[in-house]
Ligand binder design. Sequence first.
Ligand code: AMP
Length: 144
Amino acid sequence: MLVHQILKSKSTDGVFTIKPGTSVADAATVLSNNRIGSVIISATGKTADGILSERDIVRELGKRGPACMSDKVDDMMTKNLVTCSCDDRADDILKKMTEGRFRHMPVIKDGEMVGLITIGDVVKARLTELSMEKEALEGMIMGH
Ligand code: AMP
């Protein structure tokens, strides 16, 4: 299964973005209102300049307390993003996410972000694929 097939199977293909300079408190509101675990920081809405995950916020809250909520996201976000392309394989994405210990990956096409896939999207797609393979093999064995 390829990334573009996973994107197609998602109910929403838009990516939640916020602008650099946004406060961490406002970013947390975006996460909470939209029931998402991370948000992309993008100056144009098309590029992925950084990512801020609920984990980043919890880590700083634990270290510095609520004062960190008035910081700008720019200081807390991860800037070195690992991204993928539409033609990447689900297995390779899963490997990168597992090894890098992160659960979100922006999909980039021609320099622009066209989607975001989560580890949950990849696992769901793989389970569907494995179940279809199982049914096909059973059909072959049973002669259907
Ligand atoms: P997550 O598991 O995705 O909520 O994020 C765990 C940590 O990895 C956080 O510090 C994120 O900022 C960071 N992170 C999330 N996605 C990526 C990515 N695609 N590339 C690099 N770092 C990431």
